[in-house]
Design a binder for this molecule. Structure first.
Ligand SMILES: [Fe+2]
Length: 437
Protein backbone atom coordinates (compact mmCIF):
# COMPACT_ATOMS: atom_id res chain seq x y z
CA UNK A 1 0.00 0.00 0.00
CA UNK A 2 2.73 2.42 1.02
CA UNK A 3 4.83 1.58 -2.04
CA UNK A 4 1.71 1.94 -4.23
CA UNK A 5 1.15 5.41 -2.87
CA UNK A 6 4.81 6.27 -3.35
CA UNK A 7 4.68 5.26 -7.00
CA UNK A 8 1.31 6.97 -7.42
CA UNK A 9 2.85 10.17 -6.03
CA UNK A 10 5.85 9.85 -8.34
CA UNK A 11 3.53 9.33 -11.33
CA UNK A 12 1.35 12.29 -10.40
CA UNK A 13 4.32 14.63 -9.94
CA UNK A 14 5.92 13.45 -13.20
CA UNK A 15 2.68 13.76 -15.20
CA UNK A 16 2.13 17.27 -13.90
CA UNK A 17 5.66 18.37 -14.77
CA UNK A 18 5.42 16.96 -18.30
CA UNK A 19 2.26 19.01 -18.82
CA UNK A 20 3.86 22.15 -17.34
CA UNK A 21 6.73 21.66 -19.81
CA UNK A 22 4.29 21.56 -22.75
CA UNK A 23 2.38 24.64 -21.60
CA UNK A 24 5.53 26.68 -21.01
CA UNK A 25 7.61 25.20 -23.83
CA UNK A 26 5.30 25.92 -26.76
CA UNK A 27 5.78 29.70 -26.70
CA UNK A 28 8.93 31.87 -26.69
CA UNK A 29 10.39 33.77 -23.73
CA UNK A 30 8.67 36.98 -24.75
CA UNK A 31 5.29 35.28 -24.57
CA UNK A 32 6.18 33.58 -21.29
CA UNK A 33 6.84 36.91 -19.62
CA UNK A 34 3.99 38.83 -21.28
CA UNK A 35 0.65 39.29 -19.60
CA UNK A 36 -1.96 37.95 -22.02
CA UNK A 37 -4.90 39.17 -19.93
CA UNK A 38 -5.19 41.21 -16.71
CA UNK A 39 -7.18 38.22 -15.41
CA UNK A 40 -4.11 36.01 -15.59
CA UNK A 41 -0.50 35.87 -14.41
CA UNK A 42 2.35 35.78 -16.91
CA UNK A 43 3.02 32.07 -17.60
CA UNK A 44 6.49 32.42 -16.10
CA UNK A 45 4.94 33.47 -12.76
CA UNK A 46 2.89 30.24 -12.65
CA UNK A 47 6.02 28.23 -13.49
CA UNK A 48 8.14 29.58 -10.63
CA UNK A 49 5.13 29.63 -8.26
CA UNK A 50 4.69 25.88 -8.89
CA UNK A 51 8.33 25.36 -7.92
CA UNK A 52 8.08 27.67 -4.92
CA UNK A 53 4.99 25.93 -3.46
CA UNK A 54 6.74 22.60 -3.96
CA UNK A 55 9.83 23.94 -2.22
CA UNK A 56 7.83 25.26 0.73
CA UNK A 57 5.68 22.16 1.32
CA UNK A 58 7.77 19.21 0.22
CA UNK A 59 11.35 20.36 0.58
CA UNK A 60 11.11 22.52 3.70
CA UNK A 61 8.02 21.26 5.60
CA UNK A 62 8.01 17.53 4.79
CA UNK A 63 11.73 17.13 4.06
CA UNK A 64 12.98 19.50 6.77
CA UNK A 65 15.57 20.93 4.37
CA UNK A 66 17.04 24.41 4.42
CA UNK A 67 15.27 26.90 2.17
CA UNK A 68 16.74 27.12 -1.34
CA UNK A 69 15.35 30.51 -2.37
CA UNK A 70 13.56 32.08 0.63
CA UNK A 71 13.96 35.54 -0.88
CA UNK A 72 11.48 34.77 -3.66
CA UNK A 73 8.68 33.44 -1.42
CA UNK A 74 6.91 36.80 -1.28
CA UNK A 75 7.06 37.30 -5.07
CA UNK A 76 5.25 33.99 -5.59
CA UNK A 77 2.74 34.39 -2.77
CA UNK A 78 -0.63 34.28 -4.57
CA UNK A 79 -2.35 36.08 -1.69
CA UNK A 80 0.13 38.96 -1.60
CA UNK A 81 -0.20 39.99 -5.26
CA UNK A 82 -3.33 40.13 -7.43
CA UNK A 83 -2.78 38.62 -10.88
CA UNK A 84 -2.96 42.01 -12.61
CA UNK A 85 0.07 43.21 -10.59
CA UNK A 86 2.29 40.19 -11.13
CA UNK A 87 4.04 41.38 -14.34
CA UNK A 88 5.60 44.24 -12.37
CA UNK A 89 7.17 41.93 -9.75
CA UNK A 90 10.88 41.01 -9.92
CA UNK A 91 10.10 37.64 -11.53
CA UNK A 92 12.67 34.98 -12.31
CA UNK A 93 13.46 34.97 -16.04
CA UNK A 94 12.20 31.90 -17.97
CA UNK A 95 15.49 29.96 -17.91
CA UNK A 96 15.96 30.71 -14.21
CA UNK A 97 12.37 29.73 -13.39
CA UNK A 98 12.76 26.43 -15.25
CA UNK A 99 16.07 25.72 -13.52
CA UNK A 100 14.59 26.52 -10.10
CA UNK A 101 11.52 24.29 -10.56
CA UNK A 102 13.67 21.43 -11.78
CA UNK A 103 16.22 21.85 -8.97
CA UNK A 104 13.39 21.68 -6.41
CA UNK A 105 11.91 18.62 -8.12
CA UNK A 106 15.18 16.72 -8.08
CA UNK A 107 15.49 17.18 -4.32
CA UNK A 108 11.80 16.37 -3.76
CA UNK A 109 12.17 13.00 -5.49
CA UNK A 110 14.91 12.12 -2.99
CA UNK A 111 12.61 13.18 -0.16
CA UNK A 112 9.74 11.10 -1.57
CA UNK A 113 11.98 8.04 -1.55
CA UNK A 114 13.22 8.67 1.97
CA UNK A 115 10.01 9.73 3.75
CA UNK A 116 7.97 7.14 5.68
CA UNK A 117 4.40 7.64 4.44
CA UNK A 118 2.90 7.57 7.90
CA UNK A 119 3.21 9.37 11.18
CA UNK A 120 1.31 12.56 10.49
CA UNK A 121 -1.46 14.01 8.34
CA UNK A 122 0.97 15.57 5.83
CA UNK A 123 2.91 12.38 5.15
CA UNK A 124 0.16 9.77 5.71
CA UNK A 125 -0.77 8.30 2.33
CA UNK A 126 1.72 10.71 0.72
CA UNK A 127 -0.90 13.44 1.14
CA UNK A 128 1.46 16.41 0.73
CA UNK A 129 2.93 14.94 -2.46
CA UNK A 130 -0.59 14.42 -3.84
CA UNK A 131 -1.56 17.93 -2.79
CA UNK A 132 1.43 19.41 -4.62
CA UNK A 133 0.72 17.36 -7.76
CA UNK A 134 -2.88 18.65 -7.66
CA UNK A 135 -1.61 22.19 -7.13
CA UNK A 136 0.64 21.95 -10.19
CA UNK A 137 -2.19 20.50 -12.29
CA UNK A 138 -4.53 23.26 -11.16
CA UNK A 139 -1.96 25.81 -12.30
CA UNK A 140 -1.62 23.88 -15.55
CA UNK A 141 -5.34 24.38 -16.09
CA UNK A 142 -4.88 28.07 -15.24
CA UNK A 143 -2.06 28.26 -17.80
CA UNK A 144 -4.31 26.55 -20.35
CA UNK A 145 -6.83 29.35 -19.74
CA UNK A 146 -4.01 31.85 -20.34
CA UNK A 147 -3.34 30.11 -23.66
CA UNK A 148 -7.04 30.47 -24.54
CA UNK A 149 -6.91 34.21 -23.73
CA UNK A 150 -3.66 34.72 -25.61
CA UNK A 151 -3.89 36.38 -29.03
CA UNK A 152 -2.01 35.05 -32.03
CA UNK A 153 -1.71 31.76 -33.88
CA UNK A 154 -2.22 28.38 -32.22
CA UNK A 155 0.63 27.18 -30.01
CA UNK A 156 -0.98 23.98 -28.72
CA UNK A 157 -2.36 21.07 -30.71
CA UNK A 158 -4.27 17.92 -29.74
CA UNK A 159 -6.38 15.27 -31.46
CA UNK A 160 -10.15 15.67 -31.67
CA UNK A 161 -12.21 14.11 -28.85
CA UNK A 162 -14.40 11.06 -29.57
CA UNK A 163 -17.78 11.65 -31.20
CA UNK A 164 -21.03 11.09 -29.33
CA UNK A 165 -21.99 7.61 -28.20
CA UNK A 166 -24.46 5.67 -30.29
CA UNK A 167 -28.18 5.98 -29.78
CA UNK A 168 -30.69 8.62 -28.81
CA UNK A 169 -30.53 9.71 -25.19
CA UNK A 170 -33.45 10.90 -23.08
CA UNK A 171 -33.29 14.64 -22.36
CA UNK A 172 -33.37 14.11 -18.60
CA UNK A 173 -33.10 11.42 -15.97
CA UNK A 174 -35.07 11.06 -12.73
CA UNK A 175 -32.81 10.79 -9.69
CA UNK A 176 -34.84 9.20 -6.87
CA UNK A 177 -35.11 10.99 -3.53
CA UNK A 178 -33.47 9.91 -0.30
CA UNK A 179 -30.25 10.38 1.61
CA UNK A 180 -26.81 9.70 0.18
CA UNK A 181 -23.23 10.00 1.36
CA UNK A 182 -21.71 13.32 0.26
CA UNK A 183 -18.01 14.13 0.57
CA UNK A 184 -15.32 11.67 1.58
CA UNK A 185 -13.28 10.56 4.56
CA UNK A 186 -11.58 7.76 2.62
CA UNK A 187 -10.03 9.30 -0.51
CA UNK A 188 -6.34 9.71 0.48
CA UNK A 189 -5.67 12.89 -1.50
CA UNK A 190 -9.05 14.58 -1.06
CA UNK A 191 -8.65 18.19 0.01
CA UNK A 192 -10.03 19.69 3.20
CA UNK A 193 -13.20 21.07 1.57
CA UNK A 194 -14.25 17.58 0.33
CA UNK A 195 -14.17 16.21 3.87
CA UNK A 196 -15.70 14.62 5.87
CA UNK A 197 -18.19 12.11 4.43
CA UNK A 198 -21.68 12.92 5.72
CA UNK A 199 -25.29 11.99 5.02
CA UNK A 200 -27.30 14.44 2.95
CA UNK A 201 -31.02 14.25 2.15
CA UNK A 202 -31.86 15.06 -1.47
CA UNK A 203 -35.48 15.01 -2.67
CA UNK A 204 -36.20 13.44 -6.07
CA UNK A 205 -35.24 15.63 -9.06
CA UNK A 206 -34.71 15.46 -12.79
CA UNK A 207 -31.27 16.22 -14.25
CA UNK A 208 -30.21 16.79 -17.86
CA UNK A 209 -28.62 13.65 -19.30
CA UNK A 210 -25.87 15.76 -20.91
CA UNK A 211 -24.53 19.29 -20.45
CA UNK A 212 -26.38 22.13 -22.19
CA UNK A 213 -25.09 22.40 -25.77
CA UNK A 214 -24.10 25.42 -27.84
CA UNK A 215 -27.12 24.71 -30.05
CA UNK A 216 -29.53 24.87 -27.11
CA UNK A 217 -27.79 27.99 -25.83
CA UNK A 218 -28.18 29.62 -29.26
CA UNK A 219 -31.96 29.14 -28.92
CA UNK A 220 -31.85 31.13 -25.69
CA UNK A 221 -29.87 33.87 -27.46
CA UNK A 222 -32.18 33.86 -30.50
CA UNK A 223 -35.17 34.21 -28.18
CA UNK A 224 -33.70 37.48 -26.85
CA UNK A 225 -32.52 35.83 -23.63
CA UNK A 226 -29.78 38.39 -22.99
CA UNK A 227 -32.25 41.30 -23.25
CA UNK A 228 -34.98 39.91 -21.00
CA UNK A 229 -34.42 40.88 -17.33
CA UNK A 230 -36.95 38.39 -16.00
CA UNK A 231 -34.59 35.48 -16.71
CA UNK A 232 -31.70 37.05 -14.82
CA UNK A 233 -30.50 37.59 -11.28
CA UNK A 234 -30.45 41.41 -10.91
CA UNK A 235 -26.63 41.66 -10.60
CA UNK A 236 -26.21 39.34 -13.57
CA UNK A 237 -28.46 41.39 -15.81
CA UNK A 238 -26.65 44.56 -14.74
CA UNK A 239 -23.31 42.91 -15.51
CA UNK A 240 -24.25 41.81 -19.05
CA UNK A 241 -25.92 45.17 -19.77
CA UNK A 242 -22.95 47.21 -18.54
CA UNK A 243 -20.42 45.11 -20.47
CA UNK A 244 -22.50 44.69 -23.63
CA UNK A 245 -22.42 40.88 -23.28
CA UNK A 246 -24.70 39.04 -25.71
CA UNK A 247 -22.98 35.66 -26.14
CA UNK A 248 -20.49 33.34 -24.39
CA UNK A 249 -16.93 34.62 -24.12
CA UNK A 250 -14.83 34.13 -27.29
CA UNK A 251 -17.92 34.08 -29.53
CA UNK A 252 -18.56 36.62 -32.30
CA UNK A 253 -21.09 36.95 -35.07
CA UNK A 254 -19.92 37.33 -38.67
CA UNK A 255 -22.18 37.39 -41.75
CA UNK A 256 -25.04 35.92 -39.76
CA UNK A 257 -22.98 33.04 -38.37
CA UNK A 258 -21.68 32.56 -34.83
CA UNK A 259 -17.95 31.86 -34.67
CA UNK A 260 -15.70 31.21 -31.71
CA UNK A 261 -12.01 31.51 -31.07
CA UNK A 262 -10.45 28.43 -29.48
CA UNK A 263 -6.72 28.30 -28.74
CA UNK A 264 -5.82 30.54 -31.64
CA UNK A 265 -8.25 29.04 -34.19
CA UNK A 266 -11.51 30.67 -35.30
CA UNK A 267 -14.25 28.18 -36.18
CA UNK A 268 -18.04 27.93 -36.43
CA UNK A 269 -19.71 27.35 -33.07
CA UNK A 270 -20.29 23.54 -32.87
CA UNK A 271 -23.97 23.02 -32.13
CA UNK A 272 -23.65 19.62 -30.46
CA UNK A 273 -20.80 20.52 -28.10
CA UNK A 274 -21.40 21.53 -24.46
CA UNK A 275 -21.44 25.33 -24.19
CA UNK A 276 -18.24 26.71 -22.67
CA UNK A 277 -17.10 30.05 -21.21
CA UNK A 278 -20.38 31.09 -19.64
CA UNK A 279 -20.70 32.80 -16.28
CA UNK A 280 -22.87 31.53 -13.44
CA UNK A 281 -25.27 34.37 -14.25
CA UNK A 282 -25.59 33.19 -17.86
CA UNK A 283 -26.12 29.58 -16.76
CA UNK A 284 -28.72 30.66 -14.19
CA UNK A 285 -30.57 32.84 -16.76
CA UNK A 286 -30.61 30.08 -19.37
CA UNK A 287 -32.03 27.61 -16.84
CA UNK A 288 -34.82 30.01 -15.86
CA UNK A 289 -35.62 30.67 -19.55
CA UNK A 290 -35.83 26.90 -20.09
CA UNK A 291 -38.30 26.59 -17.19
CA UNK A 292 -35.67 24.83 -15.13
CA UNK A 293 -32.93 25.65 -12.60
CA UNK A 294 -29.30 24.82 -11.90
CA UNK A 295 -28.79 21.70 -9.76
CA UNK A 296 -27.61 22.17 -6.20
CA UNK A 297 -24.15 20.89 -5.41
CA UNK A 298 -25.66 18.00 -3.40
CA UNK A 299 -27.90 17.05 -6.33
CA UNK A 300 -24.91 17.07 -8.66
CA UNK A 301 -22.85 14.86 -6.36
CA UNK A 302 -25.71 12.45 -5.77
CA UNK A 303 -26.22 12.09 -9.53
CA UNK A 304 -22.49 11.51 -10.00
CA UNK A 305 -21.77 9.12 -7.11
CA UNK A 306 -24.86 7.45 -5.68
CA UNK A 307 -25.38 3.87 -6.76
CA UNK A 308 -29.10 3.17 -6.37
CA UNK A 309 -28.50 -0.59 -6.28
CA UNK A 310 -25.92 -0.76 -3.49
CA UNK A 311 -26.93 2.53 -1.84
CA UNK A 312 -23.24 3.44 -1.69
CA UNK A 313 -21.47 6.56 -2.99
CA UNK A 314 -18.76 5.68 -5.51
CA UNK A 315 -15.64 7.61 -6.48
CA UNK A 316 -16.85 8.31 -10.02
CA UNK A 317 -20.11 7.94 -11.98
CA UNK A 318 -18.86 4.67 -13.51
CA UNK A 319 -17.55 3.16 -10.27
CA UNK A 320 -14.40 3.28 -8.16
CA UNK A 321 -11.93 2.74 -11.01
CA UNK A 322 -9.60 5.65 -11.88
CA UNK A 323 -10.57 7.47 -15.10
CA UNK A 324 -9.24 6.09 -18.39
CA UNK A 325 -9.48 7.79 -21.81
CA UNK A 326 -12.65 5.74 -22.39
CA UNK A 327 -14.40 7.25 -19.34
CA UNK A 328 -13.93 10.99 -19.60
CA UNK A 329 -12.34 13.91 -21.44
CA UNK A 330 -9.65 15.00 -18.98
CA UNK A 331 -6.02 16.08 -18.80
CA UNK A 332 -5.80 18.34 -21.87
CA UNK A 333 -5.83 15.18 -23.99
CA UNK A 334 -8.15 17.16 -26.28
CA UNK A 335 -8.45 20.93 -26.52
CA UNK A 336 -12.24 21.04 -26.41
CA UNK A 337 -15.24 19.30 -24.87
CA UNK A 338 -16.50 16.18 -26.64
CA UNK A 339 -19.96 16.38 -28.25
CA UNK A 340 -22.88 15.90 -25.87
CA UNK A 341 -23.55 12.20 -25.36
CA UNK A 342 -19.95 11.07 -25.73
CA UNK A 343 -18.21 8.70 -23.31
CA UNK A 344 -20.98 6.12 -22.79
CA UNK A 345 -18.55 4.11 -20.61
CA UNK A 346 -18.32 7.06 -18.24
CA UNK A 347 -22.06 7.25 -17.63
CA UNK A 348 -23.65 6.98 -14.19
CA UNK A 349 -25.80 3.98 -13.16
CA UNK A 350 -28.87 6.03 -14.13
CA UNK A 351 -27.35 6.87 -17.53
CA UNK A 352 -26.25 10.47 -16.95
CA UNK A 353 -23.23 11.28 -19.11
CA UNK A 354 -20.19 13.55 -19.03
CA UNK A 355 -20.48 14.46 -15.35
CA UNK A 356 -16.70 14.08 -15.16
CA UNK A 357 -14.55 15.96 -17.68
CA UNK A 358 -15.52 18.12 -20.70
CA UNK A 359 -16.78 21.24 -18.85
CA UNK A 360 -16.86 22.41 -15.26
CA UNK A 361 -20.54 22.54 -14.32
CA UNK A 362 -21.93 25.49 -12.40
CA UNK A 363 -24.22 24.56 -9.51
CA UNK A 364 -26.69 26.81 -7.69
CA UNK A 365 -24.75 26.42 -4.43
CA UNK A 366 -22.50 28.82 -2.58
CA UNK A 367 -19.09 27.45 -1.54
CA UNK A 368 -19.29 26.42 2.11
CA UNK A 369 -17.91 23.94 4.64
CA UNK A 370 -19.35 20.48 5.19
CA UNK A 371 -20.46 19.62 8.73
CA UNK A 372 -17.27 18.76 10.65
CA UNK A 373 -14.98 20.70 8.29
CA UNK A 374 -11.44 21.28 9.54
CA UNK A 375 -9.02 23.50 7.59
CA UNK A 376 -5.99 21.54 6.42
CA UNK A 377 -3.16 22.12 5.86
CA UNK A 378 -3.76 25.87 5.74
CA UNK A 379 -6.79 28.16 5.99
CA UNK A 380 -6.05 29.79 2.64
CA UNK A 381 -6.67 26.55 0.79
CA UNK A 382 -10.47 26.72 1.16
CA UNK A 383 -11.74 28.34 4.31
CA UNK A 384 -11.08 31.96 3.39
CA UNK A 385 -13.30 31.51 0.29
CA UNK A 386 -16.35 30.16 2.14
CA UNK A 387 -19.42 32.38 1.98
CA UNK A 388 -21.88 33.76 -0.53
CA UNK A 389 -19.33 35.33 -2.92
CA UNK A 390 -18.32 32.10 -4.68
CA UNK A 391 -20.42 29.51 -6.54
CA UNK A 392 -19.42 25.85 -6.69
CA UNK A 393 -18.48 24.15 -9.97
CA UNK A 394 -18.30 20.37 -10.25
CA UNK A 395 -17.00 17.60 -12.44
CA UNK A 396 -13.86 19.03 -14.04
CA UNK A 397 -13.16 20.15 -17.60
CA UNK A 398 -11.08 18.81 -20.49
CA UNK A 399 -8.34 20.98 -18.98
CA UNK A 400 -8.16 19.32 -15.56
CA UNK A 401 -6.06 16.27 -14.84
CA UNK A 402 -7.52 13.25 -13.13
CA UNK A 403 -5.38 13.80 -10.02
CA UNK A 404 -7.45 16.96 -9.39
CA UNK A 405 -10.81 15.53 -10.46
CA UNK A 406 -13.11 13.09 -8.68
CA UNK A 407 -16.75 12.75 -7.71
CA UNK A 408 -16.14 14.70 -4.52
CA UNK A 409 -13.85 17.41 -5.94
CA UNK A 410 -15.13 20.98 -5.46
CA UNK A 411 -14.11 24.00 -7.50
CA UNK A 412 -15.38 27.51 -6.85
CA UNK A 413 -15.36 30.85 -8.61
CA UNK A 414 -17.04 34.23 -8.78
CA UNK A 415 -20.43 34.20 -10.58
CA UNK A 416 -19.16 36.70 -13.21
CA UNK A 417 -16.22 34.51 -14.31
CA UNK A 418 -16.33 33.20 -17.87
CA UNK A 419 -12.72 32.73 -19.01
CA UNK A 420 -12.70 29.41 -17.11
CA UNK A 421 -13.76 26.17 -18.83
CA UNK A 422 -17.28 26.45 -17.44
CA UNK A 423 -20.55 25.08 -18.71
CA UNK A 424 -23.61 23.65 -16.96
CA UNK A 425 -26.58 21.33 -17.04
CA UNK A 426 -30.07 22.02 -15.70
CA UNK A 427 -32.45 20.34 -13.27
CA UNK A 428 -36.06 20.49 -12.10
CA UNK A 429 -37.92 19.26 -9.04
CA UNK A 430 -39.68 15.91 -9.39
CA UNK A 431 -43.44 15.79 -8.91
CA UNK A 432 -44.87 14.58 -5.56
CA UNK A 433 -45.53 11.06 -6.91
CA UNK A 434 -42.16 10.67 -8.70
CA UNK A 435 -39.05 9.01 -7.37
CA UNK A 436 -39.98 8.55 -3.74
CA UNK A 437 -37.00 6.81 -2.19
FE1 LIG B 1 -1.07 28.32 -6.38
Amino acid sequence: MTEDLRSRALDALTTARARTAILTGCVDDHELTAQHSPLMSPLVWDLAHIGNQEEQWLLRTVGGRTALRPEIDSVYDAFAHPRADRPSLPLLAPAEARGYASDVRGRVLDILNATPLEGGPLTDSAFAFGMIAQHEQQHDETMLITHQLRKGPAALTAPEPPRAGAGELPAEVLVPGGPFTMGTSAEPWALDNERPAHQRAVPAFHLDTVPVTCGAYLSFMADGGYREPRWWAAEGFEQVRRNGIDAPLFWRRESGQWLRRRFGVTEPVPLDEPVLHVSWYEADAYARWAGRRLPTEAEWEKAARHDPVSGRSRRFPWGDEDPTPAHANLGQRHLRPAPAGAYPQGGSPLGIRQLIGDVWEWTSSDFGPYPGFAAFPYREYSEVFFGSSYKVLRGGSFGVDQVACRGTFRNWDLPVRRQIFSGFRTARDAGPDEGIG
